[in-house]
Design a protein around this ligand. Structure first.
Ligand SMILES: Nc1nc2c(c(=O)[nH]1)N[C@H]1C(S)=C(S)[C@@H](COP(=O)(O)O)O[C@H]1N2
Ligand SMILES: [Mo]
Length: 255
């Protein structure tokens, strides 16, 4: 957002706020909110200087997360597609180039589940493969402006959480990855029927570029919320943030 030296520029404040206020929240308030008066009312901020404008934008942004969470229907399924529509080759994306994809050693690998859990905390890949497997053909949407249809297979994340004895009244599930990527999601999405801890891509073990040994796949969330190379999962009430979320991407990240 631009620096204002002398007087506050109402038009640019409204433009910035509109950007923060993504579609679901905008639907809640209609067009009325997009006046300076409406923003003052919603945020309780005075907007007398740049500092208060920034505080207002931060509030609007977290309000947007809250509104998305409120509007999230845990029983609504994302669209699925026939296998003939799979995008080939499926794109690779990460915060680094493809030649820097981490190599995770399958035999030494252990998944750690911690935080608010009372059950199984350390998992091998074999144990995950031994659980009932499901697959889905869904659309992955990246915030950078591309989308692609792919086929992932794995274990329902709700089943993993159940065996881990997770406190499903906790707010967040956080993920730490072998490449030091991180993200976190809301519990209703973690328990959604299409949220899979995937071990395969298109019928093969997940190749390194798509996140070996596992990627959490959620067709209800944007690409950056879908962590690859997961090594640790934490159930928590403390807001965990994430790699892109800490740089300003919307935390809820619904698609
Ligand atoms: N560990 C890890 N997970 C990640 C990322 C990453 O850089 N590291 N990038 C995210 C983003 S922005 C996208 S679009 C998808 C890309 O997944 P793909 O390579 O299977 O297409 O992974 C997501 N998960
Ligand atoms: Mo992305």
């Amino acid at each position: 957002m631009s620096i204002r030296n002398t007087k506050l520029d109402a038009e640019s404040i409204i433009k910035d706020a509109a950007k923060e206020l993504k579609a679901p929240a905008r639907r809640l308030f209609g067009k009325r909110i997009l006046s300076l008066g409406g923003l003052v009312m919603l945020s309780g901020c005075n907007l007398t200087d740049d500092k208060s404008v920034n505080a207002m934008l931060r509030k609007i942004s977290s309000f947007n997360d809250d509104a998305q969470a409120l509007l999230f229907d845990p029983n609504k399924l994302a669209p699925t597609y026939p296998e003939s529509m799979i995008t080939r080759p499926f794109p690779f994306n990460a915060f680094y180039d493809i030649d820097e994809v981490p190599e995770v050693d399958a035999s030494a690998y252990k998944l750690e589940v911690g935080g608010r859990v009372t059950g199984k905390r350390v998992w091998t890949l074999d144990e995950l493969h031994a659980m009932p497997q499901e697959s889905q053909v869904t659309r992955h949407i990246c915030i950078e402006g591309w989308s692609a249809i792919g086929k992932w297979g794995g274990v329902r994340f709700a089943h993993v959480l159940a065996r881990a004895g997770a406190d499903t009244s906790a707010k967040y599930v956080a993920f730490h990855c072998a490449d030091n990527y991180s993200t976190s999601i809301d519990m209703p999405t973690a328990l959604h029927a299409q949220t899979l801890l995937t071990l395969t891509y298109d019928g093969q073990f997940l190749p390194p570029k798509y996140g070996f040994p596992m990627k959490l796949r959620m067709p209800t969330k944007l690409g950056y919320k879908n962590p690859k190379h997961i090594v640790a999962i934490t159930v928590t009430n403390d807001y965990p943030g994430g790699y892109w979320e800490n740089q300003g991407y919307n935390w809820f990240g619904g698609s």
